[in-house]
Structures are given as C-alpha cells and as structure tokens.
Design a protein around this ligand. Structure first.
Ligand SMILES: Nc1ncnc2c1ncn2[C@@H]1O[C@H](COP(=O)(O)OP(=O)(O)OP(=O)(O)O)[C@@H](O)[C@H]1O
Ligand SMILES: [Mg+2]
Length: 279
C-alpha cells in the first residue's frame, strides 16, 4: 500500500475534527475525499503530509511512518494546498526555479520549462504570480507540487472558484498524471468532479468515513435508477431502484403524481448517507 491510515483521530481541544479514520490507498489509485465544509478533509491532508500530528493512530507513506521530520516519507510527496503557496512577487518561472532549488533538482531549467509547458503556462512564464488568473495560479501550484517528481500528489480543492474551462484543463492534467502512474488524492465538494476523475471515492461527514468504494459500486449499492417525485405535502422524495422494471412498477403505485426517473448520481449517494446519519 502506498498510503495507510490506521485509526487516525485528530482533536482540537475537545473538538473531534477527524474521528477514527482508516483508509488504504494503493499505488496508482486516484482517490477523492468528498465531504461538505468542515468535514475534516484538509485536516486529513495536513496529517498525511506531516503538517499536523494525529491525536491518535498512525499514517504510513510507502511503509514509512509519517512525522514532521521523516524526510524519506516526505520526499515522495507533492502538495497542492487549499490556499495559495506561491510567491506573489515572483514570476511563474521564478516560483518554479525557487522550488526546484529547494529540492536540489539537477536540471532545474529544463524541468521548469517542461512543467510550464505541461500546465499550458509557457506564455505566462514572466508574469508575476499575483497577476495570474485563478486558474493559471492553480496550475502553477500544481507545477510546483510536481517539481521533485513525487510518487504521491495531494490536491486540496484544486478547482474551487475556477470556471468550467479552467476546471476541464486541470482535469486533463490530473488524468495525465494518473496515466503516469502517480498516486493521487484529491479533496473536493464538487461531486461530479470526483465521479469523473476518481477510481475510488471516500465519503466523509463530520470527521468520519461514511463509505469508501468505486463511484459505480456506491451507486449500485443504492440502486442505479433514481425516481424523484412530489409527495402529498409537495416535498421532493427520492426512491432508488436496481432496475427500470422495479421503478416502473413503483410508478404505477404513485400514478397520479408527477415523477421523473433518471440515473443515480454520486450526489444522491451522499445525500442519502448524510440524511440517514442525521435521522
Ligand atoms: N487548527 C484548528 N483549530 C481548531 N479547529 C480546527 C483547526 N483546524 C480545523 N479545525 C476544525 O476542524 C473541522 C474540520 O476542518 P477542515 O478544514 O479539515 O474541513 P474541510 O473538510 O477541509 O472543510 P472545507 O471544505 O471548508 O475546506 C472544522 O470544524 C474546523 O473548524
Ligand atoms: Mg478544506
């Protein structure tokens, strides 16, 4: 396993931000941590990268126990944090060269140009980071995370606040990284993003993993067809079916009501879980 999270809990005073989380991530996995604001996603990433120490439990990166000063565990990680880590006064090119020198990358000029090209930033290489658009800045952060050719890449909300074109560009970059055999962990609250990119999805709510599987299996578990209809009180109800026949049978029962039948999405899965939890 590339990443092992074993019974990890993180408390801030008496508040439990991450609650007994266990998760194994294999080499080449593209896993999405999916959850609402405050679910504990960033806290998990900070523990995975050694920035925060778990209150209890352990984390292993490629067999190495993660800690603030375990260089061996840290040198195979690339991190795209939730908030910017660029030097705003430096140009795109200078930001990367600076990072390359920190990591003692031998052929840093070539590496920098190669990454600028990969991120479609070569035309902006002399622009100061503070003058890049949100999408460009995010791509520069991804380039920075790749400067030391890491095996594992953590991305905390890489597309938040970026328009659809910019998001698609980032999705293409991430898909290419997957084909290069990288192990990728991404957090997002864009459910369709996780559905599109990830081969595994981990649903988190209030610091707990509520399910962890492939997007297809999560949908199958619930039923691949979703019926939406209004009940007598004009509230939207959702009902899930394994196949169309069952759905049609059910629709006969509620014949007088308006309904739509569609394919189940990961969003349905998430709502279903969190509602169940609240009740
Ligand atoms: N240093 C801290 N001290 C106290 N509480 C914290 C600290 N860091 C995080 N928390 C709390 O832990 C919980 C989880 O926070 P976290 O940032 O991990 O959530 P998240 O899933 O990344 O949310 P978002 O989608 O908004 O980024 C929140 O309630 C947050 O307020
Ligand atoms: Mg966060």
């Amino acid at each position: 396993m590339m990443i092992q999270i074993e019974n990890v809990t993180k408390m801030f005073d008496d508040f439990v931000a991450v609650n007994n989380v266990s998760l194994n991530i294999a080499k080449g996995d593209f896993i999405g941590l999916l959850g609402p604001n405050g679910a504990g996603k960033t806290t998990i990433i900070k523990m995975l990268t050694g920035l925060l120490k778990p209150t209890c439990g352990s984390i292993y990166i490629n067999g190495e126990k993660m800690s603030r000063d375990n260089k061996k565990a840290k040198e195979i990680l690339g991190i795209v944090p939730q908030y910017t880590n660029l030097d705003k006064e430096l140009t795109a090119y200078e930001n990367l060269v600076f990072a390359a020198k920190l990591f003692r990358v031998g052929d840093y000029k070539n590496k920098t140009m190669e990454l600028l090209k990969f991120m479609e930033l070569e035309n902006y290489k002399d622009r100061k980071a503070m003058n890049l658009s949100g999408g460009m800045a995010r791509r520069l952060m991804i380039a920075k995370a790749l400067i030391n050719d890491p095996e594992i890449i953590f991305l905390d909300e890489p597309t938040v606040g970026i328009d659809l074109n910019g998001r698609r560009k980032i999705w293409d970059i991430l898909k290419t990284m997957k084909t290069m055999g990288k192990t990728i962990l991404l957090t997002t609250h864009y459910i369709e993003e996780a559905d599109y990119l990830c081969n595994k999805v981990c649903l988190i709510d209030k610091g707990k993993i509520i399910d962890n599987d492939t997007p297809d299996n999560l949908k199958k578990e619930l039923g691949i067809y979703t019926m939406e209809y209004f009940d007598e009180e004009m509230k939207t109800k959702y009902k899930f079916f394994k196949n169309k026949e069952e759905a049609i049978k059910y629709s006969n029962k509620i014949m007088s009501l308006n309904y739509t039948l569609r394919e189940t999405t990961l969003e349905d899965v998430f709502y279903n879980f969190t509602n169940r939890k609240v009740i």
